[in-house]
Design a protein around this ligand. Sequence first.
Ligand code: NAD
Ligand code: IPM
Ligand code: MN
Length: 380
Amino acid sequence: MSGPDTKKFTIATIPGDGIGPEVISEARRIAEAAASRDGAHLDWTIYPFGASHYLSKGEILPDSALEEIKGHSAMLLGAVGDPSVKPGILERGLLLAFRFAFDQYVNLRPAMSLPNVPTPVPLNGEKLDSVVIRENTEDLYMGLGETTESGSLSMDLELSRGGYDLRGRLNVELSPGMPFAAQLALNTRHGVRRITRYACRTAQKRGERHITIVSKSNAVPALYGYFEDAAKATVAEEFPGMECSVVNVDALCYHLVRKPSAYGVLLCPNLFGDIVSDLQAGLAGGMGAAAGGNIGDGLSMFEPVHGSAPDIAGTGRANPIAAILSCALLLRHIGLDKSAGRVEGAVNTYLKSAPAAKMPFEFGGEATCPEVGAAVIKNI
Ligand code: NAD
Ligand code: IPM
Ligand code: MN
């Protein structure tokens, strides 16, 4: 119900491909119910972008849509990517395009153990309560890459990021000439400093005085040594009392599997953050429970960590909890803290009270995506 005192928010929504529309439909209903209990109204603009729109219309993301989306309070995305479209076209053309266009430099990916959700590694009474703070605009994700059949490559470089424009030219020649691929990665001081600040502020909010920098400076010293040093310097200069330690990403994976509860805030360059957040999702109990947000100083976008899961799309087996909890992050971001708490509380109550068979398939139960949504919404 809306009245004269109703706070209104507009949410640009891209359900996308595969299980995207299935999980987004449940998440929307639940977010809407929570917000309306707190006197707020969510107005959804649904965009059709994704595989079928691309295949039928030849269009990925028109500039006009990008401009229109900019005016919303926040974005919600299911997942994009489909086996019928070459990998990268939709992922780069939509998901990464939004991250870059709106300079969403933080990828926030909490991982925590949830009530009654089986974990593949025993937690021995401890809780997994960690958060990946992933740099979201740089590293190997810049999009500066090419392949060549001839053995020589000459690439014009031109792009814009939040804090800078990049221009240049890369020439590489192999002799004897042979086909190869090259991809250019950057980590700038500007980029590392701002994500490190966000990681430190996240630790402060959690009541912690420590962050872990995820590196690989032993093998890739320029790119990741720079990330590590710039992050350390930011902590030392700007966050008195905050401590940081460094772990190489390979060792981190080993430690995480042995003791999932060992880490709090994990500050990651873009690529490692992508990989580590899937590992964390697995350790916490499943991809279908891992929520995320792409946050910047302008428009922010919320989406589950998982993809379009074509292997289970249309079967009802998709777990909507990740999308639902992503909506909780969205609600908190737009200032509806109470509604966010309601959504998280409703998920917790459902997980605590559901009989085994009423749990999502991913957690060993038999509840379909809409059945999980219906069970959660009862607790709002
Ligand atoms: P994926 O995350 O879609 O799936 C990995 C595994 O996890 C699959 O076995 C899947 O069934 C399972 N899974 C994922 N989400 C689940 C859920 N909610 N409930 C139950 N099980 C779930 O990763 P993938 O297979 O590498 O990628 C599939 C497609 O999605 C590709 O096109 C990829 O590029 C794309 N993708 C998109 C995004 C995004 O848009 N945010 C993220 C990751 C991958
Ligand atoms: C993610 C996804 C994306 C990424 C892909 C689909 C481009 O895996 O959001 O984790 O690599 O960032
Ligand atoms: Mn990923």
